[in-house]
Ligand binder design. Structure first.
Ligand code: ATP
Ligand code: MG
Length: 356
């Protein structure tokens, strides 16, 4: 089959890790008989430098017409002085909105060969850890009404948390569908003992669950969930939660793995379309040094094959190649504490592509 992928390399290490990811996708194409046509477009700082705006219309058009979007990372100190509206990071927020991406998917996985990197004790991690956080991305307190009022104690400010049944239903379905492809457990996280919006969240999730009798559903208050993530993370499979709670819990979960250079992510909409990117940023401190770990972006491409292009065997081929790369003892600088024999970005891409 032929697939068109909109590729947004971005800034800093973004273009470096993207180069290796394309290499790995091409290897997958050769093995399984697919053609991946990469349409490279600019966003973030690179677009500001070239066109004077962080998200050119052409980038939006190409992203919309592609089968999926692959993104490196945007931003860096060069553009730090720009006013908020013009900053590189705005490109991502606007692109998510343009593409209607309402579900953010962040796996937190501890690879058994990298269990040492986790700050948690071996008996807690066991043979590895594999959680997915499904975070609602376009509603909740980040998009609610906000403002300032005068009170008897002086100036006050407020932000409103609001969720509709429709918004909760669609993100719940994403989580239940994902659980079906995994270990079949959804843990919904809210604060229903205090918040009215959380009570509607819980009621709606329970209703959606009726369509998924094969999936086990449990509910956690967010304070308990954040504690359980450290105490016994292996009880979780898919965590379903709101924009605010998901923002916090996914950063917590990423630190449990200890390997920011290994974590992929996806932002999805209805009908499987999605944008895929590493969890890490543009890492300006190591850009141009060949030290960037491309595996987070390579694993993001695997998620793209699995969730948007519906190519599970091809996705497995990438994930298995990364497993074998690690099992063979290969390490990038971030995974080896800077050991002299650490592999460069390019050597890593070459080896993983060869292992496909
Ligand atoms: P952002 O605001 O875009 O999230 P950040 O400064 O919070 O950026 P990163 O850019 O992810 O975070 O960088 C955090 C640290 O992790 C940096 O020291 C960076 O060098 C390191 N790092 C991030 N990604 C990688 C990678 N792929 N390989 C190696 N090191 C990385
Ligand atoms: Mg950051």
């Amino acid at each position: 089959m032929n697939y068109t992928i909109a590729v947004i390399p971005g800034d800093g290490i973004g273009p470096e890790v993207m180069e290796e990811t394309k290499k790995v996708l091409e290897a997958v194409g050769r093995k399984f008989g697919h053609q991946f046509a990469f349409q490279t477009v600019l966003a973030g700082g690179a677009a500001i430098d070239a066109f004077g705006e962080c998200l050119p219309q052409n980038t939006i058009d190409v992203a919309k017409s592609a089968d999926a979007v692959l993104l490196g990372a945007v931003g860096g100190p060069k553009w730090d002085a720009l006013p908020g509206e013009q900053r590189p990071e705005k490109a991502l927020l606007r692109l998510r909105k343009e593409l209607g991406l309402y579900a953010n998917i962040r796996p937190a996985k501890v690879f058994s060969d990298l269990a040492d990197a986790s700050p948690l004790r071996p008996e807690i991690i066991g043979k590895g850890l594999d959680i997915v956080i499904v975070r609602e991305l376009t509603g909740g307190i980040y998009f609610g009404k906000r403002g300032h009022v005068e009170t008897e104690f002086g100036e006050a400010a407020y932000d409103v948390e609001q969720y509709s049944v429709g918004e909760i239903r669609r993100i719940s379905r994403t989580a239940f569908e994902m659980a079906r492809k995994r270990r079949g457990i959804v843990s919904s996280v809210d604060k229903a003992n205090v918040l009215e919006s959380s009570r509607l969240w819980r009621k709606t999730v329970n209703e959606v669950a009726e369509d998924y009798p094969d999936v086990t559903l449990n509910h956690f208050y967010v304070d308990n969930a954040s504690m359980q993530l450290i105490r016994d993370p292996r009880q979780f499979d898919v965590i379903l939660t709101s924009n605010l709670f998901g923002d916090i819990l996914s950063d917590e979960a990423s630190q449990i793995t200890g390997s920011i250079g290994m974590l992929p992510s996806a932002s999805l909409t209805d009908g499987n379309f999605g944008m895929y990117e590493p969890v890490h940023g543009s890492a300006p401190d190591i850009a141009g040094t060949g030290k960037a770990n491309p595996l987070a972006t390579i694993l993001s491409a695997a998620m793209m094959l699995r969730y948007t292009l519906n190519l599970p065997e091809e996705a497995d081929a990438i994930e298995n190649a990364v497993d074998r790369f690690l099992a063979a003892g290969f390490r990038t600088a971030d995974l080896s504490g800077g050991a002299p024999d650490a592999l460069s970005t390019k050597e890593t891409g070459d080896r993983v592509a060869a292992m496909i």
